[in-house]
Design a protein around this ligand. Structure first.
Ligand SMILES: C[S@@+](CC[C@H](N)C(=O)[O-])C[C@H]1O[C@@H](n2cnc3c(N)ncnc32)[C@H](O)[C@@H]1O
Length: 231
C-alpha cells in the first residue's frame, strides 16, 4: 500500500522558524537548498517570495492542496489538544500559548497551500520519500530536515535513520537535522548517539550545534552532517 494521507498530521513551520532552527545565515539562504520532509511548511513559499530557490520533497505532495487542507482541518484540534495536555514540555515565550501556536502554524500552512499548485508546476515541490530520493548526487549545497528524523524515533528505526542521513549526504554537500528530541518529550532521542557513532565510523563528519530556536524544552540543537574524505 502507498503513502496514506490519513496517517499524516500536517503541521508546518514558517521561514522565520527555519532560519532559527537551522542557524541559516543570509549567505546560506542563497545556497541551493533541499527541504526534505518539507510538508506544509511555508519555508519554500516565503523563500520564493523573497527571491531565493528551495526544492521541497515530501510524500504528501502527491495530494492536492484541497486534500491536504481537508486533512489539516480534520487534525488541527487534536494537535492543539495534545499540546495543551503537555504544556509543560514547551517554552511559552515567542509562542505564547497553544492558541497562538495554532494561529502561527495555520498562517504558515495557508501560505504553503496557496503556493503548492504553482510550486508543483515550477518543480519546487517534489513527491519523494526517504530513504530514497530522486535527485542526482551533489544536486544541493544544503539539505534541511525538520521534525521527521529523531522526532519520530519511536516509529522510524535506527536503520531508517542511517539510510536516510546517508541518502541526504549523497544529494547534498551538507545536511542539517532539527530537533534532536523525540516528539512530545524533552528527551534527546537515543538514536542520536547511536547514529553519530555509526556514521562517524563510516567516515562522516558530524557536529551538534546550538541554535537560537527552542519551542520543545531542550530542543535547541541541530545535527550537522557532511561526508568525510573516506566513504
Ligand atoms: C511534522 S511534519 C514536518 C514538516 C516541516 N518539515 C516542518 O518542520 O514544518 C513531518 C513531515 O514528514 C513527512 N514524511 C513522513 N515520512 C516521510 C519520509 N519517509 N520521507 C520524507 N518525508 C516524510 C510527512 O509527510 C510530514 O509532512
Amino acid at each position: 500500500m502507498g503513502f496514506q494521507l490519513e496517517k499524516v498530521i500536517p503541521w508546518g513551520r514558517s521561514m522565520e522558524e527555519y532560519v532559527k532552527m537551522f542557524n541559516l545565515t543570509p549567505d546560506e539562504l542563497q545556497l541551493n537548498i533541499l527541504d526534505c520532509a518539507g510538508g506544509p511548511a511555508s519555508f519554500n513559499a516565503e523563500m520564493k517570495q523573497q527571491g531565493y530557490e528551495v526544492i521541497s520533497c515530501d510524500p504528501i505532495y502527491q495530494f492536492s492542496a484541497g486534500e491536504i487542507a481537508q486533512r489539516i482541518q480534520d487534525t488541527y484540534q487534536s494537535v492543539i489538544d495534545g499540546v495543551q495536555a503537555t504544556r509543560e514540555y514547551f517554552v511559552w515565550q515567542d509562542i505564547q500559548s497553544p492558541e497562538h501556536l495554532g494561529q502561527i502554524r495555520m498562517a504558515a500552512m495557508q501560505k504553503f497551500l496557496e503556493d503548492l499548485p504553482l510550486g508543483i508546476q515550477q518543480g519546487r515541490y517534489i513527491t519523494a520519500e526517504l530513504p530514497t530520493l530522486p535527485f542526482d548526487s551533489d544536486r544541493f549545497d544544503l539539505a534541511l530536515c525538520s521534525h521527521l528524523l529523531f522526532t519520530y524515533s519511536d516509529l522510524l528505526s535506527q536503520e531508517f535513520h542511517l539510510a536516510s542521513i546517508r541518502e541526504l549526504c549523497r544529494v547534498a554537500t551538507q545536511v542539517r537535522i532539527f530537533p534532536l528530541l523525540n516528539n512530545f518529550s524533552t528527551e534527546v532521542s537515543p538514536l542520536v548517539g547511536l547514529v553519530m557513532k555509526e556514521l562517524t565510523a563510516q567516515g562522516y563528519n558530524l557536529e551538534i550545534q546550538q541554535v537560537s530556536y527552542e519551542f520543545q524544552k531542550g530542543g535547541n540543537q541541530m545535527l550537522q552532517v557532511q561526508r568525510g574524505n573516506i566513504s
